[in-house]
Design a protein around this ligand. Structure first.
Ligand code: HEC
Ligand code: HEC
Length: 204
């Protein structure tokens, strides 16, 4: 054992960062999440399953419950959501708490950019997003707005299109989703969506 590791074992609370760097063990029976979301939950574009590491606990638990209740992923045209919805129904309330702990303790590299656009135009468009997601797009837990820099850019594009096209957040009971449906109206074309995502990429 190195001197640092030994010190950390003794002074656990003072060495939080060092201790956190240890990979969080995958909860037993939930290994299948990584089949779609990838190793270290870093996202997998082949299945359109996003990176999960970097999202906050409240947001993650709310999404898993939203899938389970049929508030998300239930629209007949939402093909990606329909992959995730049956997975959420395998989770009990206790599993959700455990899975959220695992995800928030799992680190993975910040996703590489894949979308190109006019980031200067995107910067202007992003002013309206900043009110909820923060000027640095790191999210705002009080408002329920998740980090956008944590996510794969292709997934952000997908979701913005889904909010706009009524595939996500369409149910009146989905208060948080409805906020986003309204906010997505600022983006009047697929080009606007790519531009704002190109700007978000500059914040990573
Ligand atoms: C069959 C493939 C598949 C499996 C297995 C799977 N997911 Fe997903 N998951 C997806 C897809 C695809 C999406 C994106 C859905 C969308 O576009 O709305 C998603 C979305 C999510 C989201 C929402 C992320 C966000 O940013 O809103 C969470 C949370 C999530 N999955 C957690 C899990 C957990 C936890 C497990 C294991 C219990 C799991 N997933 C297993 C395919 C899968
Ligand atoms: C009024 C506050 C508000 C504004 C303004 C807003 N958002 Fe959101 N956004 C939210 C909330 C709340 C959620 C979570 C929705 C949910 O729980 O389903 C969200 C979710 C999202 C998601 C889905 C993330 C994921 O992990 O699935 C994306 C992408 C997103 N916002 C991008 C944007 C962009 C880009 C803008 C600017 C055009 C914007 N938002 C403006 C509040 C806002």
């Amino acid at each position: 054992m190195s001197v640092k590791a030994l010190l950390c074992a003794v002074l656990f609370s003072l060495c939080g960062t060092f201790v956190q760097a240890e990979p969080a063990p995958t909860p037993e029976g939930l290994e299948f999440c990584t089949v779609c979301h990838g190793n270290q939950l870093k996202g997998n574009s082949n299945i359109a399953a996003p990176r999960l590491s970097g999202l906050d606990a409240d947001y993650l638990a709310r999404q898993l419950k939203a899938f389970r209740q049929g508030m998300r992923g239930a629209h007949p045209d939402d093909e990606n959501g329909s992959l995730m919805r049956p997975m959420s129904s395998l989770l009990s309330e206790a599993d959700i708490a455990q899975v959220v702990k695992w995800i928030t303790a799992t680190e993975s590299p910040v996703p590489a950019p894949s979308i190109t656009g006019d980031s200067e135009h995107g910067r202007q468009l992003f002013q309206s997003c900043a009110a909820c997601h923060g000027a640095n797009a790191m999210g705002n837990v009080q408002l329920g707005a998740p980090s956008l820099v944590a996510l794969n850019d292709w997934y952000v594009v997908n979701q913005l299109q889904h909010f706009r096209d009524g595939l996500r957040g369409e149910q009146a009971s989905d208060t948080y989703g409805q906020m986003m449906v309204a906010a997505s109206k600022v983006l009047s074309s697929n080009q606007d969506i790519n531009d704002v995502v190109a700007y978000i990429n500059t914040l990573k």
